[in-house]
Design a protein around this ligand. Structure first.
Ligand SMILES: [Zn+2]
Length: 237
């Protein structure tokens, strides 16, 4: 199950959340785009109530804003929000890797190694969707293995926000971390070197942040039906 789709026990609601998130990250659905309930009901062949629930979840996650007059739109985080989200991730993820250096079992290391192998394979076959998912999941896996329940929750929210921010401000067409920097983080965890793990994580997050053009004003573009319908046609589920 994708890491984003863990907000509801209802499969359809998870699917709506996941597809909208994916369309944002893949830049087919841009910040500011309106999410009309009626259209979504049609696209996902579901009830209005479920669409509403999905939109509320996405609002809590910071991916969507809901206003009384306009309804739901893809959120448009500011440059300030972008810096805030990355600095919060930095503090949390440095703590998580340091902790994991002390507690990681051989099984934990194997899970992280397998994950990076999957990332590498996705890169090799040019599977953009898998690369995007696996990139985010690596950070979630570190949080999960370090056993920090509270930080896992906060990090999930922050990662969803930074994926939106990256889609909005990035200079390249796709957003992924790349397996090499993840590999260096894992090597430091494996060596139980908390200082190095923390340093590698900081370097990695700094790299992600500097790949964004945070001084520029992003151009919001709409186009709900095309974005989601194309997305669904390409990836039937
Ligand atoms: Zn990463």
């Amino acid at each position: 199950m994708p890491w984003l789709s863990q907000s509801s026990t209802n499969e359809v609601i998870n699917r709506i959340c996941d597809k909208i998130w994916l369309a944002v990250v893949q830049r087919t659905l841009r910040p500011g785009a309106r999410l009309k309930e009626e259209e979504l009901t049609e696209i996902f062949a579901t009830t209005r109530a479920r669409v509403r629930q999905a939109l509320l979840i996405l609002e809590q996650d910071g991916l969507v804003t809901i206003t009384p007059n306009r309804g739901a739109c893809i959120a448009e985080p500011s440059v300030e929000d972008a810096h805030d989200a990355f600095s919060a991730r930095l503090a949390i993820e440095q703590r998580l890797v340091s902790r994991l250096c002390q507690t990681a079992s051989a099984e934990d290391i194997r899970l992280l190694r397998d994950h990076i192998d999957q990332e590498r394979k996705a890169h090799e076959r040019g599977d953009n969707e898998a690369m995007i998912r696996l990139s985010g999941e690596f950070h979630m896996l570190i949080a999960k293995l370090s056993g920090a329940g509270l930080l896992l929750k906060i990090l999930r929210m922050l990662t969803i926000r930074t994926s939106l921010i990256t889609a909005m401000y990035q200079t390249q067409a796709t957003q992924t971390c790349g397996p090499d920097e993840h590999d260096r983080i894992l090597a430091a965890i494996e060596a139980r070197d908390a200082q190095s793990a923390s340093h590698e994580m900081a370097h990695h997050l700094h790299h992600l942040e500097t790949a964004l053009r945070l001084s520029d004003t992003p151009i919001p573009v709409s186009g709900l039906h095309e974005a989601l319908a194309t997305n669904l046609r390409k990836r039937p589920s």
